[in-house]
Design a protein around this ligand. Sequence first.
Ligand code: ATP
Length: 585
Amino acid sequence: MKFSELVEYFQRLEYTTARLDLMSILADLYKKIENPEEAAIVSYLILGEIHPPYVGLELGMSEKLIIRSIAMASGYDASQVEKKLNELGDIGKVAEHFISRKRQMTLFATELSVKRVYETLDKISKTTGEGSINDKIRLLASLLVDANGIEARYIARIAEGVMRLGVADMTLLEALAIKLGGREYKAVLEEAYNMVPDIGYITRVVYEEGLEGIKKVDIKLGIPVRPMLAERVKSPEEAWEKTNGNLAADFKYDGERMQIHKDGDKVLIFSRRLENITYQFPDVIEIVKNQVKAEKVIIEGEAVAIDKNTGEFRPFQELMRRKRKYDIEKMIEEIPVTLRVFDIVYINGENLMKKPFPERRKILESIIEESEYIKPSELIYPKNIKELWDFFLLAIENGCEGLVIKNAGPESIYQAGARGWLWIKLKRDYRAELADTLDLVVIGALYGRGRKGGNLSSFLMAVYDDVNDVFRSVCKVGTGFKDDDIAYMNKLLKPLLRDRKPARVETGLEPDYWVEPQIVLEIQAAEITLSPVHRAAYNVFQEGAGLALRFPRFTGRYREDKSPEDATTEKELIEMFKKQRRNIE
Ligand code: ATP
C-alpha cells in the first residue's frame, strides 16, 4: 500500500466529527487492505504507535530533533522551522509547510510505501547509544525528503508521538469486528485484546485466522494482561449488599500496582498502565526469583515503600522517588519496598482467569514464600458487616487506604481490562494534610531494625485526657529521627523504661517497653483517622474505634519546655478531627 493512500484515510479520520463516520472510514480501510502484515502496521500507525506500549520502545524524538529533520529535508534553517512552530504550535503543520515548499528537489524521489515508513520509524525507535541522535535525525529526514506535504504532516506527528486522529484502541477493535463480520464480534476481540494488548498482533490474527483464531488467543508470558479494576462504594454496608455477603476483604495498599511475569530466572514488571518498569526494581526481581515458588507465573501485587528503620509503610509519594532512572542502587537502600501480592492469573501454562477468586487466592498463597519483603495481601472472608467494619479500620490503622472488597462467588473471575463490581474499593473518605503539629507524650518504645537495630527507635505516642488524667495512645512514630536523635532518645528513655504498663496509660498496643509519661515530642501527620487499636477518643465517633494519626513524623523538636500534662489534649484532637471532616465535606 502506498503511504499516500493511507494518508488519505488519515485525513478523512482527522476531519470527521461523528463517531459513526469514524467507524465506516476504518471499516472501509480494513476492507481495502489484504495483506496481514500491512494491516497490522496500519493499526499501529493509526494509533500513532510503532510498538505496543509495554515493549518500551519509543521513538524518542523531541520537537527539537524533528525540527532539525525538517530543516535537513527541506533545505531551510532550523531557526526558521522553529519560528514557524512557535506560530503554528503543531509540528505536523510545520512539517507540511516546509516539505511542500522544499528548496531542493530530489531528482529520484521515490514514492513512500506504508511498509517503508513503518520500517524506518521502527529503526529510529531501535537506534540507541552514542551518536544515535544524529542517526535518528537522518533517518527521519530520509522519509521527509521523499514525502509530500500531507505525508510529512503525519510522519512528523507520529515521530512526536501525537497522532490526534481521535481513534482509540477500542475504536479499532470495533472496526476489526466489522472486518470479522459484524459488531457483535467486538466482545470476543476485546477479550483477546485484554489478554494480549497488542493491536498489531490482534489485527494480524483477524486477517490470518479469523474468528476462530481470535477465540484461541491466550495469555502470553512476557506480555502484560490488561488489569482488572474496581468500582467504588461509600460504606461497608453497601459493599456487603453488592456482593450478597459473599466476599473477601483485602487491604488496599497505597503503593504502585505491579504485574509480575516470572519465566524461570527471567522476571518482568509492568505498571498499571502496562509500561515495562522492570529496571526500576532490581530488588523486587530478586525477591520474586527466590520467593515465588513457581517456574512460570503471572502475579499481581502492590509495591509499598517502607521505612528502612521501622519497616512501617510510607506514603505513596516516597515510592515515586524510585521512578528516577539513575542512582537506583542508592534508592533501593533509601526506599526499600515490600510487595503485597493480591492475585494470580497464570501458572505453568495454565490460564487462571476463569477460576473464581478464592481458588486463585489459594494457588497464590501456596507459591509465596513469605518474608518481610513479600507476602500475600492481608485478607479475610468476613462473616458479618461488623467484621468487615473492623477490618476496614484495621487497614487504615496499618497505613492502608482502605479495602478492596472482592466478590468470592462462583462468578468471581479475573475480569481483565474491566472496571466492574467483582472488585469494589472502599477508601477512607478524607485526605488532607493536618495544618497543625501535635505535641505528644511518649508512652512506649520499640526496637528498630537494620541500622537502628538494637536501639529503641520507634515510639508509642499519646494525647492527654485532661478530664480523666490519662494518656491515650494516638500513633506509633519511627520516622523523622536522625541517628543523633535515636542516641539522645535512648539516653532520655533509660530511667523511664518500665516492664508494666504505667497506670495512667491507655492503648491497645503492646510495645517492647512501656515508658513513664515524661517526654514530649512535636509530631506532624498527614491526617487523623479512625483506629481500632488506639485509645484516643475511643468510642466517641464510632463504637470500638479511637482516633489515630496517619503517617506521623517527628519534626525534630523536643518539647522539653512542656510537661506531659501540657501536651495536646484529647479534646483538641477531637476538634481537629471534626475540622478535618468539615474541610472535606
Ligand atoms: P486508585 O487510585 O483507587 O488506586 P485505580 O483506578 O488505580 O484507583 P482501582 O481499580 O480503582 O484502581 O482500584 C484498585 C487499585 O488498588 C489497584 O489498581 C491496585 O493498584 C490497588 N490495590 C491495592 N491493594 C490492592 C488489593 N489488595 N487488591 C487489588 N488492588 C489493590
